[in-house]
Design a protein. Structure first.
Length: 358
């Protein structure tokens, strides 16, 4: 299992899958991360098998990219020493053509988990989708986390003829110990919009929905995440009871942020699936989300989630309903059960597709 990102949910997803594979009988889940990944410093007890040096900033990435061909042989030898039967890229990143070449040299088949078949508006680095397309065409199989993404992978031609497209799920993403259930603080309902502050997150829709509700003494809203300043953020800042924090939230602060919230608000205009929703499920938070992309699949049957159409009026009604009549406390659940089920099902598919035998 490899994921060489430095920040965000990608490394945590890789850690969750590697740990789940390790809990399966007769399976060893090996983990490769970037030495600079936040999760490596945030969780000193974390077990990993192959740390790699990546880069800091654009200049560092360019240097690493230019020297990558000279590192294929050494990386192939390090991989061969681990003797993996199959490799899995947990989330594509800018340097993944290097491990792909090393795995080919080490004769190890690999699959790639495709989180997004297309770039969201305002999302991505230069050449990100071009590099992803090249990586996917080199893989022995692809893995989609929703039927929505699987269909998009096929429709957009990301998979080569005859290349298997496997299906998995995005289990709850756990950050620290579960916080107390929502609504026990005796204060107005706390609503949190969290994540990258980009156009597809529907921040304008959220602002209009809150304006339709009007001054809401029974709710406090925080919009927290990193993104370019925009008229939508300025509009949100002018609303009573709304605080906007345009900043990167490090791994170590996420547990406290989730604990503050009673409900997570996902005002997306489009989506593949949502890492923020996965965080909310693990933390036992209520969720209000627009019904777009793969989020509807992800939250299907979740009693603590309320879905609405992606319009300001529908979102305002859903939020007002939550404020007036909060749902029951979410039932406590062990996220490891979802991870173990995901790993067992994915392992069976990988064995069948890539002819890997125990």
């Amino acid at each position: 299992m490899w994921q060489w990102g430095r920040r965000g949910a990608g490394p945590r997803f890789a850690v969750g899958l590697a740990e789940a594979f390790n809990r399966l009988p007769g399976v060893e889940g090996l983990l490769s991360l970037s030495r600079r990944a936040e999760i490596v410093s945030a969780e000193p007890a974390l077990r990993y098998d192959l740390l790699v040096e990546t880069y800091d900033g654009a200049a560092g990435y360019l240097r690493r990219l230019l020297t990558a061909p000279f590192g294929v042989g050494g990386l192939a030898r390090r991989i061969a020493a681990l003797r993996p039967d199959v490799a899995l890229c947990a989330m594509p990143g800018p340097l993944d053509l290097l491990p792909a070449a090393a795995l080919r040299r080490a004769a190890v088949p690999f699959a790639v988990v495709v989180h997004d078949a297309r770039a969201h508006p305002g999302d991505g680095l230069p050449l990100q989708m071009t590099l992803q397309r090249r990586l996917l065409r080199r893989a022995d199989a692809l893995v989609a986390l929703s039927d929505h993404v699987a269909a998009d992978v096929r429709a957009s031609g990301l998979c080569a003829p005859g290349q298997p497209v496997l299906r998995a799920t995005l289990p709850p993403l756990t950050y620290g110990s579960p916080p107390p259930p929502p609504g026990r603080h005796g204060l107005p309902v706390r609503l949190l919009s969290f994540g990258r502050l980009l156009p597809y997150k529907g921040l304008g829709m959220l602002a209009e929905a809150l304006e339709l509700i009007g001054p809401a003494p029974d709710a406090t809203v925080r919009v927290v995440g990193l993104g370019p300043e925009s008229p939508e953020l300025e509009r949100l800042r002018t609303l009573p009871g709304v605080a906007v924090e345009n900043r990167w939230v490090p791994e170590t602060e996420i547990p406290a942020l989730l604990a503050w919230a009673d409900a997570l608000v996902l005002s997306h205009t489009e989506a593949s699936q949502s890492g923020v929703a996965a965080m909310g499920l693990a933390a036992g938070r209520w969720i209000v989300s627009t019904r777009v992309g793969g989020i509807e699949e992800q939250l299907a049957g979740v009693a603590s989630a309320r879905l609405c159409e992606p319009t300001p009026a529908a979102l305002s009604h859903a939020l007002q309903d939550l404020i007036d009549d909060p749902p029951p406390e979410p039932e406590p659940a062990d996220p490891r059960l979802a991870w173990d089920a995901c790993a067992a099902d994915l392992l069976a598919q990988l064995r069948a597709a890539l002819l890997v035998h125990a």
